[in-house]
Design a protein around this ligand. Sequence first.
Ligand code: KG4
Ligand code: ZN
Length: 379
Amino acid sequence: MVIYTFIYMKILAIETSCDETALALVTAAGGLKKPAFKISAEIIASQIAVHRPFGGVVPNLAKREHLKNLPILYGQIFENSKSEIQSLKKNDLIAVTVGPGLEPALWTGINFAQELGQKLNLLVVGVNHLEGHIYSNWLNHKSQTTNYKSQIIRFPAICLIVSGGHTILLLMTAIDRWKKLGETRDDAVGEAFDKVAKMLDLPYPGGPEVERLARSVSKDYISFPRPMFNEKNYDFSFSGLKTAVLYYIRDRQKDFSSTQFLSDQTKIDKTNDKKIGLEKEKICFSFQWAAIEVLTAKTLRAAEEFKAESILLCGGVAANQVLQETFRSKIKERGLKINFHVPALKYNTDNAVMIAAAAYFNSFSEKKYALEAQGNLSL
Ligand code: KG4
Ligand code: ZN
């Protein structure tokens, strides 16, 4: 059994950058060499039901929900971990996401963190949400735990961040050192998933719905473009792919009435099956496959070029099982000696545990983020 004798730090973390209000109480130890985390509490209040009727996140509604949820979630954490919170001391921290994200939503978390900082007499630090996603790879917990858990990651590593707002490829040479190799020039891949879902009348958030419908198809029937697949750089583009899906749907709708096309597929006359049967499922499959082919091809090319020992996948789209499996199978097919890492499912999408992890790693550097909402903060 490993005994952690190093200085440890308790972090109360707050995340409100988009549509999840999340709080966590985490103890971190081990420094940059052997980081380990013990999670005492983690709560997320999802706003999916609030935004679903609008087909996407409404910033002012998100703000209203965060304002309502923050004291409730803190009350729950306080009830369950009263003595731990009351014993927080000088070197412990309150960490809060300051960007990127929706500014009205970010402010709610920042203001709440500052009030709490005064009440508990603790230092408040700002965290970059994207760093949170990167560091979610150091969280291998499947559930809340009373033990410290650590995750060893070997460098150099290639890290692919795929979320609703970002698609970024990084070369990491150490836990706290990276270089951006490329990023999307237009839409983020998660955004493309959400927009395609909307075109198909699927509920928000679209990514999981597209993945669910794609599951019943096993062949790439519609050959959508693979933007920037053959370009030698590490940038991405998903706007053209999204538009190709839109044009495809329009063309199909000329052949068949839109109500028929968008209605429950099981009601469609079987005689039309060749043309429109399972159409939504086929579109989801082919769109998803086109996106996954570009993401995995470029990431693996970078891994080979920079002789990476690890590939790290993170961000909401990392929850996609086909994306994860494609990485695993391509690494195996090519006989590459690369460890593939992806966080436990609940740490792919927004959460506060990853914000605590980022605050811990940043505590070893000079890096500081101003305590103000920075909607377009980058890495
Ligand atoms: O990281 P995240 O929770 O929030 C941002 O920081 O943006 O990512 C949300 C994005 C959304 O676009 C959502 O549709 C997508 O992640 N997503 C998925 C899946 N689960 C979530 N995309 C594809 N497949 C999934 N299973
Ligand atoms: Zn996120």
